[in-house]
Design a protein around this ligand. Structure first.
Ligand code: NAD
Length: 467
């Protein structure tokens, strides 16, 4: 399985740009072809590391969304739902294989459009996206053995809205299970990172996926809202902020549409005094600085047992001094200032930030209390808050003291303590002696303000079946 272990090669070298051809303009992917938006509107996508404009992208109006949903419905009724699962599987395998063949192109494009280190897009995002298609191809002809009854039916058209932090991977998380289950899709990528989804549309063409089975409509929040509101959509799958998730839940209420929400998080990473500390420090760094901390399940609250707090923070700072940097600024700056104003100790390794682009140094706050904003609000950046605890009970109380519940980590040598903690932590995923590990066979999702529903594994299929 691809690892998410930290590595610090930064953005693609200039020559690697030659691996990817970025067109000056992109249309919407509707009914198997690229078309301009009906109103002719476009928006610009930029490289956040340099602020260089990359391309103009079509902004879909409600009329375009309507066209995409109708195309998806036609493909559902006439082709996709009638096709044997083994044939649907063949298309998913093809997509997975083409993703692997074009992996370098995807990795460079993702790093240019999103700003994430090439090492992460190459070693995590792209291989995991391919793995998702492979895994779900395996399910397409075995749905009757998935535990949802002898003949589970697809729902129809899935409307899917995704964020900017893992653009290609989130597209794969949405499309692969929906298609395996026999649904057709209209996907709306984030307006800041549309390019890898549009390249994936090209892959659908290359795989000769029947027209209309996958449609991609680019645009901002209004485009997402018109997809959510469209009466022809049977299922909404959303990944993004808790705030927008709440709006979507209201919009969908009473419509009979199925809904899954994958929202924000404020995960606790709990380190006990018997944990192997060097390994735990690697896990803490991976937990909060992987993808510049733009990770819903980032371990942004470090709970460290008081007796080892000193050495852990010292080793953490030493390790942070070897990091190189990442992404956007505004909210991260505001919350970090609030951390200082509320009395927490702030530290960043000495590093030079480029003058252009959206950069923020990796930062750790010590002396954080539970009432501090930096301990409560999702920062979604490379900022770690360190709190201490004395007993396992106190660790659980503090870890669960959040409106979120997406993920948590536990570091200890004792297996019994891992199980004891896992039973009490209110989090959809609990990692033990590791952090930020993903696998298509493993369900992922949250509690409370982190949303509901699961993606991945057998559980993830349920969201796309009429069961
Ligand atoms: P966001 O909610 O601002 O945007 C997400 C998507 O929703 C974008 O495509 C956006 O255009 C669209 N959108 C905005 N307003 C909409 C509306 N009214 N109706 C329909 N669609 C609308 O989130 P973001 O800033 O792109 O992403 C960051 C958030 O996503 C963080 O909170 C993070 O924790 C969360 N996230 C969660 C998971 C998970 O699996 N739980 C994974 C990744 C990111």
């Amino acid at each position: 399985m691809p690892s998410t272990e930290m590595a610090w090669e930064y953005a693609p070298a200039p020559e690697s740009r030659e691996l990817v051809r970025i067109a000056p303009e992109y249309g919407l992917f509707v009914d198997g072809t690229f078309v301009p938006a009906a109103g002719g509107h476009t928006f610009t996508t930029v490289n956040p590391a340099s602020e260089e404009p990359l391309a103009e992208v079509a902004a879909a109006s409600p009329a375009d969304v309507d066209r995409a949903v109708k195309s998806a419905r036609g493909a559902f009724d006439d082709v996709w739902r009638r096709m044997p699962g083994s044939v649907r599987a063949k298309y998913l395998y093809r997509i997975a294989r083409i993703l692997q063949e074009r992996a370098r192109e995807f990795a460079v494009l993702e790093s240019l459009d999103n700003g994430k280190p090439i090492r992460e897009s190459r070693d995590v995002d792209v291989p995991l996206a391919a793995a998702h298609f492979f895994y779900h191809a395996g399910w397409a002809d075995k749905l009757e053995y998935a535990g949802f009854g002898p003949a589970p039916h697809p729902l129809g058209v899935a409307g899917q809205v995704i964020p900017w932090n893992f653009p290609l991977l989130m597209a794969a998380w949405k499309l692969a299970p929906a298609l395996a289950a026999g649904n057709t899709c209209v996907l709306k990528p984030a307006e800041t990172t549309p390019l890898s989804a549009l390249l994936l549309a090209e892959v659908c063409q290359q795989a000769e996926l029947p027209p209309g089975v996958v449609n991609i409509v680019t645009g901002a929040g209004e485009t997402g809202a018109s997809l959510v509101d469209h009466p022809g959509v049977a299922k909404i799958a959303f990944t993004g902020s808790t705030e927008v998730g709440k709006q979507i839940r209201k919009a969908v209420a009473g419509t009979g549409k199925k809904l899954t929400l994958e929202l924000g998080g404020k995960a606790a990473n709990v380190v006990f005094d018997d944990a192997p500390l060097d390994q735990a420090v690697e896990g803490i760094v991976n937990g909060i600085f992987f993808n510049q901390g733009h990770v819903c399940c980032a371990g942004s609250r470090l709970l460290v047992q008081e007796s080892v707090a000193g050495p852990v923070v010292e080793r953490l700072k030493r390790r942070m001094a070897t990091l190189r940097l990442g992404d956007p600024l505004d909210k991260i700056t505001e919350l970090s200032q609030a951390g200082e104003a509320q009395g927490a100790g702030r530290w960043s390794p000495p590093c030079q930030l480029p003058e252009r682009g959206y950069w923020f140094a990796p930062t750790v706050f010590t002396g954080v209390s539970q009432s501090h904003r930096i301990a409560r609000e999702e920062i979604f950046g490379p900022v770690l808050s360190v709190l201490t605890f004395r007993t396992p009970e106190e660790a659980v109380t503090k870890a669960n003291n959040t409106p979120y519940g997406l993920s948590a980590g536990v570091w200890t040598e004792k297996g019994s303590r891992i199980l004891w903690m896992a039973q009490r932590l209110r989090a959809g995923v609990v990692w033990a002696n590791t952090y930020n590990r993903f696998d298509p066979a493993s369900p992922f999702g949250g509690y409370r303000e982190s949303g509901f529903g699961r993606e991945g594994g057998r559980h993830g299929l349920e969201a796309y079946l009429d069961v």
